[in-house]
Design a protein around this ligand. Structure first.
Ligand code: PMP
Length: 376
């Protein structure tokens, strides 16, 4: 019998049975009254749970589509934008801004660290920025940005700068409440801490962002224009583009599970689990790329001890039934990325940690014997 693979990459994350079941319903017309009611309840829940007076957009696409959507509805070519980058996905924002001909400046940290708040404040004083963009958790580094503190800085001192927060690797795992944080646009993809299969881009726009969209008039992007989607989000029986019916059911069930757990409990669970995972990995001889003051609760980017070959390690780990992702950019070959977000339970976490330890042992890289090492 084949071993079940525990897919512990940073998305897609394991999908709960009840979500799979919700998805497997026979596809309905998007005008079906039952589906329309379901879509409306999803939209209502998303706004209530992440606490915004603004609106939410749920459209077919991946996180990158949402990145683009977050920019084009509030910015025009030539507008000054500040990107605070803590890795690969922050840098992707810079690339998109260049495609759109914005006047983009970037503040980057060394991988594993954050850009200090004072540096962000100094930069904001230098130009009349229209927006500041930051990735809450950069998946390439496992660094969590001080997203609440940045929000406070903007609210207190730069209220005209719109705040875009990339929540693709955080929303549903790290604490985020949109209006309270001072965030104007938050977005995520379905496949990460919400625990839904890939395919949905979810974007919240607060009142200031919606106001800004109005002022822009006609924009040059079509599929990701707020104006095209807003009537559908308010009344899903209307048509703009065919909604991914089964994925919206999956999201409805994912939100039900989150409400059952409680969002605050879910944030606390992610924090507790990540601390347990990270300290156990350190005990085994690995180290964590992100410095202690900025470690994410949703992902660990785990540096190999000297002399371990990444491909060999990941292949040996697959034999133990666990799939992790390789490092990106300058850390390709030097670390693996372990996702621990969404609907993963502690049985899974224990199995994954035991598999990692056994893999080190099999490669002759463990000083002590593994704590759990059946001789099959
Ligand atoms: N932002 C972050 C923080 C991400 O982790 C990712 C995907 N790993 C993206 C954006 C892009 O999302 P997608 O791959 O769904 O397009």
């Amino acid at each position: 019998m084949e071993n079940k693979k525990l897919v512990m990459i940073p998305g897609p994350t394991p999908v709960h049975q009840s979500i799979l079941k919700a998805m497997s319903e026979e596809t309905a017309s998007f005008k079906d009254p039952g589906f329309v009611a379901d879509f409306l309840s999803v939209n209502r829940d998303l706004k209530e749970m992440w606490k915004t007076e603004g609106e939410v957009f749920v459209i077919a696409g991946s996180g990158t589509l949402a990145m683009e959507m977050s920019l084009v509805n509030i910015l025009s070519a030539g507008d000054p934008v500040l990107v605070v980058s803590h890795g690969f996905f922050g840098d992707r924002f810079v690339e998109i801004c260049n495609y759109k001909n914005y006047d983009v400046d970037v503040l980057s940290s060394s991988w594993g660290q954050i850009v200090p708040l004072e540096k962000i404040e100094d930069q904001l004083k230098k130009k009349d920025y229209r927006a500041l963009v930051v990735t809450h958790v950069d998946t390439s580094t496992g660094v969590k940005a001080p997203a609440w503190e940045i929000g406070k800085l903007l609210k207190d001192k730069f209220p005209d700068v719109l705040y875009i927060l990339d929540g693709v690797c955080s929303t549903g795992g790290e604490k985020e409440y949109i209006d309270e944080m001072g965030v104007d646009i938050l977005f995520t993809g379905s496949q990460k801490a919400l625990g839904v299969p890939p395919g949905l881009a979810i974007l919240w726009a607060g009142p200031k962002a919606l106001e800004k969209r109005k002022k822009l008039g006609k924009i040059s992007d079509y599929y990701i224009d707020f104006d095209k989607w807003l009537p559908i989000m308010l009344d899903p029986s209307k048509y703009f583009g065919t909604p991914p019916v089964n994925l919206i059911w999956a999201l409805k069930e994912a939100l039900r599970l989150i409400k059952e757990e409680g969002l605050e409990n879910r944030f606390a669970r992610h924090q507790l689990d990540s601390q347990a995972i990270q300290s156990t990995l350190e005990d085994m001889g690995f180290s964590i790329l992100a410095e202690k003051n900025c470690r994410a609760s949703t992902i660990s980017n785990v540096l190999y001890p000297e002399g371990i070959d990444c491909e060999e390690f990941r292949k040996a780990l697959v034999k133990e039934g666990v799939v992790v992702a390789a490092g990106l950019g300058e850390y390709a070959g030097r670390l693996f990325r372990l996702g621990h977000m969404g609907n993963i339970d502690r049985h899974t976490i224990s199995s994954v940690l035991a598999a990692l330890e056994r893999t080190l042992h099999r490669l002759g890289r463990l000083e002590k014997s593994p704590r759990f090492n059946p001789r099959w």
